[in-house]
Design a protein around this ligand. Structure first.
Ligand code: SUG
Length: 416
């Protein structure tokens, strides 16, 4: 069997809460202090996975990390006098956004013919910087076959790396050799540019990518300033198609010509600011979509309900569907619990192009396994978490038990 795209969604962890931890992520800031609903959140995530499996697509999972994170609390000498935000960081379920787990270069693009993954160091945000050791452990199990995969340590912490959220791949088909586009930021005004150019360049070198088929593109500082803390909030690519906001890149025309020069069959669908402003794009998460190739060969855009319900975005989508463009279907999904923290359908998944049989089967999903996971979520995930609950011993116990039950049922207790 040849390589296919497998989307590995993060199962939303039992400690999912709104702590307003991400400067520059407008949804996270505006929902800080709200009550969260972890059970509903995790079931929404599973429903999205089922939605995509029902389209005939391969689906994988990544598991929640241990929370509250005892290693992080010990490293900051937590004794009850620490800042409430640091305590909340140790409880964060942010590893659900697996687009930030790693950068992935499929075997067809690399000199040694293996699929390379570099775990993201996520150093810009303290609550995210604690993820990589446990994520790395998990990636080394899921992609443990050395004949097919190389899983790299993070790049040095002096260079911020946020993984696949700032990386796009285009190819005539997923299993063909493609071009890899690394998008970095230099400045975002009041907000941090989370992806550093030198991190992207280090990842590309370590993955053994061909220089002529690797692009390094600067994110538009105005997009970061407007709340595009990751490039995947304003652009998404799939096979020969790039779907992008007009203001995503610092030099849009230069970027499009470089893409067309490296991949002549590229089709670039640009949404003009006159139809959908940067503000509308960011509040609706139109671009934080999964652009997927269906088994029929058609492309579908899986968008959050917030984009579907946004009048100007909807008008643009209706217009796009009436033309003969490459994106034939638009499929809205409900991931509102994740969206309130700035994570849409695209944030929740890590794309890996590989032969399914080369992946540890415990990380692959089918309908029976989805049902097992849903039963555990329904039984063990807290119904709600308010900001006062974060730090409570009772809740900590509940969260740990919930994760242990999940790992046990998936025969993955080695990740405890
Ligand atoms: O890193 N939100 C995440 C959202 C990540 C979205 N990922 C992609 N765009 N690929 C972030 O800002 C909020 C946590 C809180 O505030 O409780 C948070 O971490």
């Amino acid at each position: 069997m040849s390589a296919v795209e497998i989307n590995f969604d993060g199962i939303i962890g039992p400690s999912h809460n709104y702590a307003g931890l991400s400067l520059g992520n407008l949804a996270s800031a505006s929902h800080g202090g709200d009550t969260s609903f972890p059970r509903a959140a995790a079931l929404q995530g599973l429903a999205k996975m089922r939605h995509n499996m029902d389209l005939g697509l391969a689906q994988g999972i990544l598991l929640p990390l241990p929370r509250p994170n005892a290693a992080f609390l010990s490293a900051i000498g937590a004794d009850g006098t620490e800042d409430a935000r640091l305590l909340a960081a140790a409880w964060s379920a942010s590893s659900m956004w697996t687009a930030n787990a790693a950068t992935v270069s499929p075997a067809a693009d690399t000199t040694d013919g293996r699929c390379h993954l570099t775990v993201a160091n996520l150093v810009t945000m303290p609550h995210r910087s604690q993820e990589w050791p446990d994520t790395l452990k998990q990636l080394r199990v899921a992609f443990g076959s050395a004949d097919h995969f190389t899983v790299h340590d993070p790049v040095p912490p002096c260079f911020g790396d946020e993984g696949a959220a700032n990386h796009m791949r285009m190819a005539s088909r997923h299993d063909q050799s493609g071009i890899e586009i690394f998008v970095y930021g230099t400045s975002g005004g009041a907000f941090p540019a989370r992806q550093h150019e030198q991190a992207s360049r280090a990842v590309a070198r370590r993955h053994g990518l061909e220089a002529g088929r690797t692009l390094f593109v600067e994110q538009n500082p105005a997009a970061i300033a407007a709340g595009a803390f990751h490039n995947d909030v304003v652009a998404v690519a799939n096979e020969r198609v790039l779907f992008t906001h007009e203001q995503a890149f610092a030099d849009p025309e230069g970027t499009y010509s470089a893409i067309r020069a490296a991949l002549p069959e590229a089709e670039i669908v640009v949404v003009p600011a006159s139809a959908v402003s940067l503000g509308d794009a960011i509040s609706s998460y139109l671009f934080n979509a999964q652009l997927l190739t269906l088994p029929t060969g058609e492309m579908a855009l899986v968008i959050p309900l917030e984009a579907w319900e946004h009048p100007r975005v909807r008008a643009w989508l209706d217009e796009m569907r009436a033309t003969n463009g490459p994106i034939r279907r638009v499929l809205p999904v409900d991931v509102r619990q994740s969206m309130a923290n700035g994570g849409g359908p695209a944030c929740l998944r890590l794309r890996v192009v590989a032969e399914p049989k080369s992946v540890d089967t415990r990380f692959l999903l089918d309908s029976a396994k989805a049902e097992r996971i849903e039963t555990i979520i329904a039984a063990f995930w807290p119904e709600s978490i308010s900001s006062n609950d974060v730090g409570s011993d009772d809740l900590a116990e509940k969260v740990k038990t919930a994760r242990d039950e999940l790992l046990d049922s998936l025969d993955l207790s080695e990740l405890c």
